[in-house]
Design a protein around this ligand. Structure first.
Ligand code: PBG
Length: 340
């Protein structure tokens, strides 16, 4: 071996900017603060009730009083936005999902309680029928088909109901065609012109929603004439150009914020939407993404906080302004420690 190679020595050395923590912080391109996080909150009936979600260590279904407490704790940590999801009692679920239109349902009660205790919080509600439907679908099922326009009629009423309860933003997660225009029209007709629409623009028919469906017991049921999956309305994971079409429609129809869901498997879609519009983009780091990291950590195979925070930063780097995450409180605690 000849030790005398006359190797070229680089003039440009990118490692100079990685040498110390102070320099790394100076040149850091993406800084995700708790300001940009949304905490999803699972709700159950009752009082002083907290039921762990087995597949989502650290997350529980909470009765409204405890949900308010969790939101208060989040606000203290700098997380100011919440998205509420009701685990509706099975006895209240029907084929037409009519509990969705009950002004005393879990969602409406939670929104009222959160906004009363924390008027400055941003309360987001999910607009879809699945938590209320005995079929486990986001829309009405007729003869084995999820019917579009009839579903939008109900979703528009839901949006108004949530606005009346005090929701700041409603978020259609159902993927029906024309629902953003439907919601906007209904909200404006009722003078809720200030209530925003955060639209799930590119919501994929993903297997990563499993733990969420366990939390709400909302998976499509196994009955004849009920589709077993959501592929006729949620997007095909193989497609990204279609996400641009969905984005164009949502923008024309009046969406204020566009969401990509799930998160990490769809970074390219986030980046493409970022390039296609100047509207804020949100990414939803979904239940399965959270569960995978927690499960590996339980085995001692991964450091859960480090992997979680890296994932969230990657979503922001790809172009997400807003991130929905079940780790919002952990992130905010870590943020406080490392930026004190
Ligand atoms: C349904 C809805 C789902 C999620 C949010 N809203 C599940 C689904 O489409 O079946 C999933 C969120 C998650 O997995 O964290 N409207």
């Amino acid at each position: 071996m000849n030790a005398d190679y006359d190797l070229p020595r680089p003039v440009r050395r990118p490692r100079r900017l990685r040498r110390t923590d102070a320099i790394r912080r100076l040149v850091r391109e993406t800084t995700l603060t708790p300001d940009h996080l949304v905490l999803p909150v699972f709700l159950i009936d009752g009082e002083n009730k907290s039921e762990p979600v087995d597949s989502m260590p650290g997350r529980c279904r909470l009765s409204v009083d405890l949900a308010v407490k969790e939101c208060e704790q989040a606000m203290e940590l700098g997380v100011r936005a919440f998205d509420v999801f009701p685990a509706t009692d099975a006895s209240l679920k029907t084929a037409d999902g009519k509990e969705a239109l009950n002004p005393e349902n879990l969602t409406c009660r939670a929104v009222r309680a959160i906004k009363k205790a924390l008027p400055e919080a941003c309360c987001i509600t999910d607009i879809a029928l699945d938590p209320y439907s005995s079929m486990g679908h986001d829309g009405l099922v007729e003869n084995g088909v999820i019917v579009n326009d009839e579903t939008v009629d109900i979703l528009a009423q839901m949006a108004v109901l949530h606005a009346e309860a005090g929701a700041d933003i409603v978020s259609p997660s159902d993927m029906m065609d024309g629902r953003v225009a439907g919601l906007r029209t209904a909200l404006d007709d009722e003078d809720f012109t200030d209530v925003g629409i955060l639209s799930y623009t590119a919501k994929y028919a993903s297997a990563f929603y499993g733990p969420f469906r366990e939390a709400l017991d909302s998976a499509p049921v196994d009955l004849p004439d009920v589709p077993k999956d959501k592929k006729t309305y949620q997007m095909d994971p193989a497609n990204s150009r279609e996400a641009i079409i969905e984005a164009q429609l949502d923008i024309e129809e009046g969406a204020d914020i566009l969401v990509v869901k799930p998160g990490l498997p769809y970074l390219d879609v986030i980046a493409q939407l970022r390039a296609a519009t100047d509207l804020p983009i949100a990414a939803y780091h979904v239940s399965g993404e959270y569960a995978m990291i927690k499960a590996a950590a339980k085995m001692g195979w991964l450091d859960d906080d480090a992997c979680m925070f890296e994932s969230l930063t990657a979503l922001a780097r790809a172009g997400a302004d807003i991130i929905f995450t079940y780790a919002a409180l952990d992130y905010a605690r870590w943020w406080r420690q490392s930026h004190a």
